[in-house]
Design a protein around this ligand. Structure first.
Ligand code: FDA
Length: 392
């Protein structure tokens, strides 16, 4: 079989690229080894797909080259994707902080992409893995489960390593290496953190306890959002966000009461409620079980009037910068994304084309560009897919 463009991976990036290339009149084939296309879109956003973020910009992405994503993101913006969603009559809403979700179901996004593919004359084949890729003078010769495919352009949109049960594979990284591209070390991102030893013992029975707002910090990076205790450690959006910046051994601090100088507040409480115990006072602003546990672990709970000002200031600063030691992450099994990947040094930032092998493109999560939680990763998939689809 002969096509102009062969795309490996029918996820967000691959389908968007196929639409753009098909609309240019290119003969496009998209293959995916999973039995269904767009599986990650289907499971995303709790089944409602947080398909973009209206505030998405280069600052919301991690990459060894923070400038790389700028061009593609500027040329295909959240508003371009919103226009597509509206064209298909898909109802959506903003949850918070610019995060847009379908009102109904993420199935609508997959349906929309497949309808656009059909309208652009694109062929999409599920249950079709790729066994080997060879460079030929005309382009590429690719052995797939349905036979040999000859293509002028080859687009690698095979995603990262997260959630192997959904079809994730290291295919894109292996192919990149085969053609001489550097691949930066990969690790799980947007993932719960684990605790071990004493830390786990102290907090594991708090599993299910949630804080509506905490501020997590690693170095200069911080995030304010909810936090959740789990059986194995910590989760919730503020932890998932900071997990992409955390590496084993890094100092992680959590401000459990980020809207106040807790020392000053406690000193005020000593005056207002001298007979109340510290754990009762803290239980008014923190989940009661957590307040009690912190008192057991850190500072014995006495009536407020028995504390000196300096002691309350000290307790306050501990609550504003809880030095919890994470032992690791839950890994690719539960991670939303994979950090690292195909080194952007080897790619054109405007077209995603390889600088080493003409006609070869890498898009989406397989590339060393990873977004924050909140619709940013899909925006990168749409934007990088569109960039490649305009030239492949
Ligand atoms: P994606 O992983 O979507 O697609 C790659 C495709 O390639 C897959 O279909 C796979 O089967 C296929 N493939 C792999 N190897 C292959 C091979 N050898 N041969 C053929 N096919 C192969 N992001 C966001 O912005 N908003 C959200 O709400 C969420 N929610 C979310 C929830 C969960 C549970 C996860 C795991 C992830 C998210 N994400 C997210 C992240 C988002 O899903 C992710 O960044 C994009 O799907 C990446 O798109 P890609 O097209 O690059 O890869």
């Amino acid at each position: 079989m002969k096509v102009d463009v062969l795309i490996v991976g029918a996820g967000a990036a691959g389908l968007m690229c196929a639409i753009a290339a098909g609309q240019r009149g290119r003969r496009v084939l998209v293959v995916d080894h999973a039995n269904k296309v767009g599986k990650k879109i289907l499971m995303s956003g709790g089944g409602r797909c947080n398909f973009t973020n209206t505030g998405a910009g280069p600052a919301n992405f991690l990459s060894a080259n923070p400038h790389f994503a700028k061009s593609a993101l500027a040329r295909y913006t959240p508003w371009d994707f919103i226009a597509l969603v509206e064209k298909h009559g898909i109802a959506y809403h903003e949850k918070e902080l610019g995060q847009l979700f379908c009102d109904d179901s993420s199935k609508q996004i997959v349906r929309m992409l497949l309808d656009e593919c059909a309208a652009a004359g694109v062929t999409v084949e599920a249950s079709c893995g790729v066994q080997r890729v060879r460079k030929t003078p005309e382009g590429f010769s690719v052995r797939t489960a349905r036979g040999e495919v000859h293509a002028e352009s080859l687009v690698v949109a095979s995603g990262g390593l997260s959630i192997p049960s959904m079809g994730a594979s290291g295919f894109g990284y292996e192919l990149a290496r085969q053609f001489g591209h550097a691949v930066l070390p990969t690790r799980a991102g947007l993932v719960p953190l684990t605790l071990s030893g004493k830390h786990q013992e102290h907090y594991q029975d708090l599993a299910g306890v949630a804080l509506p707002l905490a501020e997590t910090r690693v170095g200069k990076q911080s995030f304010r959002a909810g936090l959740l205790f789990t059986h194995r450690g910590l989760s919730g959006p503020s932890i998932l966000q900071i997990s992409s910046y955390w590496q084993p051994g890094d100092d992680l601090r959590i401000d459990l009461l980020p809207d106040q100088d807790t020392g000053d507040w406690l000193i005020g409480q000593r005056q207002a409620r001298p007979l109340a115990e510290l754990k009762t006072v803290l239980g008014d602003v923190l989940p009661k079980r957590l307040a009690q546990r912190l008192c057991e672990q850190w500072f014995e709970s006495r009536p407020m009037r028995q504390y000196r000002e300096a002691e309350l200031a000290q307790i306050g600063s501990q609550l504003n910068a809880w030095p919890i030691t994470a032992s690791g992450t839950e890994g690719y099994r539960t991670a939303e994304v994979t950090l690292g990947g195909v080194d952007t040094d080897g790619l054109s930032s405007s077209t995603m084309q390889s600088r080493l092998v003409p006609g070869l493109y890498f898009i989406g999560e397989v590339v060393d560009v990873t977004g924050w939680l909140g619709g940013y990763n899909f925006q990168w998939a749409w934007a990088s897919g569109q960039a490649a689809g305009q030239v492949a």
